[in-house]
Each structure stands twice: as structure tokens, then as C-alpha cells.
Design a binder for this molecule. Structure first.
Ligand SMILES: *Cc1c(COP(=O)(O)O)cnc(C)c1O
Length: 420
């Protein structure tokens, strides 16, 4: 620790500020709803794997005893067949601005992105054989980029990259410059996994659609943290994770949104029995179901979609607007602390400064951050690391306190001073 009186004053001022912010935080009491909140562990990765709500252990045990153990195969008819649609509608209502009947829990994010990208590309190419381009951000999450390249190869389509500033993301002018009469589908991340850049959902949707393309939103780093208004944007398609801000647990299945106007025209490539018109007729040919069922393929992962319901309860109580308000306050505080105690150690902020352009995480850049992260993990301070030199601080509004932010960033400063 530094004995410099100026930095001691700064630390005391930040400590007082964190105490005041926690005292005035209307969502502070929700922190106690999470396993581990009572420990001194600092968690900066709620945007990667959310903490489990305490209620989840009991919910899972109850499911094993009463439903799986008690109802056995009757459970499918009694409730499980409907569960992907019921939970999908709840996510749509509390987090996505989506009216009922357009959101379903399905496979992993990767598989759902594949299915919807293929569905959209096939529909656009069939309508107009000149539409052979898939547009995606150069710095998008790897699975998104790899899928686009794979699908382009599979279908004889072309990839068009949006070149972005890696401390920002896809902006309107950049998208406008690359879409046109050849564009079939535009795949966009609402919140950039690296920089935390928050894209303009309504504007980018309009630019893609004005060019005659369909737009597919990746909402992995938005759902449960940043308000999303899919119906208001007029979005076509969306997919997102449930194990990040929705705390569904490691590998919990993703959600897919398809705007109602596309339900009769889009067909996805993984034609399994659960997406067929009459699941139990076991007929000779595949005919897609109506509505969102046609986007399913195999038996729904029921056990995997149990846990997320506790966070949907919390979100419903708190409201996504209040969650966003706290999210902004958390990232603003993290940036102030970083400017105060990390900038003098040559740390650079690699995220937007303007809260209106920032989601729920910030990336702090320094060549030593890989080593810093490794050291911090042994001290129960858990940020994430992203090349090159990015320490990613993910702040989950329902489970993170301002004091936790300060303590964690002080640990970062100490690790940097110790040359990690
Ligand atoms: C986390 C994340 C994924 C993960 O996909 P999985 O299939 O769940 O592994 C995909 N895209 C983005 C933008 C993500 O942040």
C-alpha cells in the first residue's frame, strides 16, 4: 500500500463514497439473495457466469423430489413440454420487450445462432438470389464469427466484416457503409463482449432493414442488465445466454426470439421431432410446427432451465429500469475509481466513457493484466481477462455492491504495484 498522503485521502474518499452509494441503493438488499454474498470474495464475472440465487438450491431439490421423482414421465404432459415457452415468454416480458409467443428456451447460444442465421439467410437468398452477404462485426464474440464463416461456406454466401474500434463496437455509420442490395442478414451484438459498447438497437435494426436485410441480435451481454426493446425496435431475430446476468447456471440453455411476422416464413435447418407440427404423431415427413415450436429440435433441456426462474422472479420485482440504473451507477463508480487509483499506474479504459454507450461491464487495459488476473484469482478476487491486456470488470446489479467494486479495484492496484 502507498503511504502517499494524497492517495490515502483518495482511498478514504472512495471508501466513503462506496458506503454512501450502498446505503442509498434501492437494490442493495437483493445481494443477500445470492449464494456467497456473505463472503469476502470479490466477483467481477457476473456477466460471464452469474452467481446462484439462494432460492435455486431448494428449487432444484424440489424439482427432483416432486416433479422428476414424483411425476416421472407424466411431467412432460403436465408441464415440461410448455416450460420452454413459458420461461421464454417471461424473459421476453421482464428483459427483452417482447410480447408473448415470440421467445423460447432452446439449445445453446451457439446452436440457436446457427439455426436462426441459417433460417434468415435461406429465406433472404430464396427471395432474392443476389442477397448472398452476411454482415458481422470483426471484433464480435468468436462463436458468432466462426458460425458466420461456417454458414457462408455451407451456403455459398459471403462474409462482410464491419471493421470496428475494439474499445467500441458496431456504430450506425459503420453499418450503413457495408449494407446494400446484396445483404441478406446482419448479425450484431447489442453489448460488445470485449469493450462493453452498447449498440443503438433501434437505429441499427432500421439500417439493416432499410437495406432489405434481416437482423439477428446477440443479446448475451444485455439480457438481465440492459433494457432491450425487441418489439419496439422492430427486430427480426435475437438469441441470448441465460447463464450470464440471468444466473441460469453453467451451460444453461439459451433463448431465441423470432418476431411473430416471420413465424410462417422462416424454417431452421436442424429438423428434429420437437419442432414438428405434431410431435407425437411420429409421421413419415417433417412438417414444421406453427409458432415458436418450429425453432426447437430435440427434447428440451428441462433441468437446465429451472434455475434461471429465480432471477426472473428477482428481475420482475426490481424492474429492468432500476437494474439498469444501478448498472450505470456501478460502472460509473468503477471508472471513477479506475481514474483515481489505476490511471496513475498506466491503466487505460478500453470501454466507452459515456454511460449511454456502455453496457454492464468495463475493460481496463494494461500489458500486465494477464498476470494480474492470475494473481487475483488466487486471492478470491475474480475479474475476467481478455486479450490484449484487458481486465474485464463485469458488474451484476442484483448481486454486486459498490464496496465490492472498490475493494476489487484496490486489489488490482496492489497487484500492479507488486508487478503482478
Ligand atoms: C457468452 C457468449 C456466447 C456464448 O455462446 P455459448 O453457445 O453459450 O457458448 C455467444 N455470444 C456472445 C456474444 C457471448 O457473450
Amino acid at each position: 500500500m502507498s503511504s502517499d498522503p494524497l492517495s490515502t485521502d483518495l482511498t478514504a474518499a472512495f471508501a466513503a463514497e462506496a458506503t454512501a452509494l450502498d446505503a442509498g441503493d434501492p437494490l442493495a438488499h437483493h445481494r443477500d439473495a445470492f449464494v456467497g454474498a456473505e463472503t469476502s470474495l470479490i466477483y467481477f464475472d457476473g456477466n460471464s457466469l452469474g452467481r446462484p440465487p439462494r432460492a435455486t438450491g431448494e428449487r432444484l431439490a424440489r424439482f427432483v423430489e416432486d416433479e422428476w421423482g414424483g411425476r416421472l414421465i407424466r411431467g412432460w404432459d403436465e408441464s415440461w413440454m410448455q416450460l420452454p415457452f413459458e420461461i421464454g415468454d417471461r424473459i421476453g416480458a421482464v428483459a427483452l420487450g417482447a410480447a408473448a409467443g415470440q421467445t423460447v428456451i432452446g439449445d445453446s447460444t451457439t446452436v440457436l445462432l446457427y439455426k436462426l442465421l441459417r433460417a434468415a439467410l435461406d429465406e433472404r437468398m430464396a427471395a432474392d438470389p443476389d442477397r448472398v452477404e452476411i454482415v458481422v462485426g470483426r471484433d464480435d464474440f468468436p462463436t458468432d464469427r466462426y458460425l458466420v464463416e461456417g454458414i457462408a461456406a455451407e451456403r455459398g454466401a459471403r462474409v462482410v466484416w464491419v471493421e470496428v474500434d475494439t474499445s467500441r463496437g458496431v456504430e450506425p455509420a459503420l453499418l450503413r457503409a457495408v449494407v446494400g442490395p446484396h445483404t441478406a442478414v446482419v448479425l450484431l451484438s447489442h453489448v460488445s463482449y470485449r469493450s462493453g459498447f452498447l449498440a443503438d438497437g433501434a437505429e441499427l435494426t432500421r439500417i439493416a432493414q432499410d437495406a432489405g436485410a434481416l437482423v439477428l441480435w446477440d443479446l448475451c451481454h444485455s439480457a438481465g442488465s440492459v433494457p432491450v426493446e425487441l418489439d419496439t425496435w422492430g427486430a427480426d431475430l435475437a438469441v441470448g445466454c441465460t447463464y450470464k446476468y440471468l444466473n441460469g447456471g453453467p451451460g444453461s440453455p439459451a433463448f431465441a426470439y423470432v418476431a411473430a411476422r416471420h413465424h410462417d416464413t422462416l424454417t431452421q435447418p436442424v429438423q428434429g421431432w420437437m419442432g414438428a407440427a405434431d410431435v407425437f404423431s411420429m409421421g413419415p415427413d417433417y412438417r414444421p410446427a406453427t409458432g415458436m415450436r418450429r425453432f426447437l429440435s430435440g427434447t428440451p433441456p428441462i433441468l437446465g432451465m429451472i434455475a434461471m426462474q429465480d432471477t426472473l422472479d428477482l428481475l420482475e420485482t426490481a424492474g429492468i429500469a432500476a437494474v439498469r440504473e444501478k448498472s450505470v451507477a456501478l460502472t460509473e463508480f468503477a471508472l471513477r475509481v479506475s481514474d483515481g487509483i489505476l490511471s496513475p499506474l498506466d491503466v487505460r479504459v478500453a470501454s466507452p466513457r459515456d454511460a449511454a454507450e456502455r453496457g454492464g461491464h468495463v475493460t481496463l487495459s494494461h500489458p500486465a493484466m494477464r498476470a494480474v488476473t492470475a494473481r487475483l484469482w488466487t486471492q478470491d478476487v475474480l475479474p475476467d481477462y481478455r486479450d490484449p491486456g484487458g481486465l474485464r470488470i463485469g458488474l451484476s446489479p442484483l448481486s454486486t455492491s459498490f464496496a465490492e467494486v472498490l475493494t476489487g479495484l484496490e486489489a488490482v492496484a496492489e497487484a500492479l504495484r507488486a508487478k503482478a
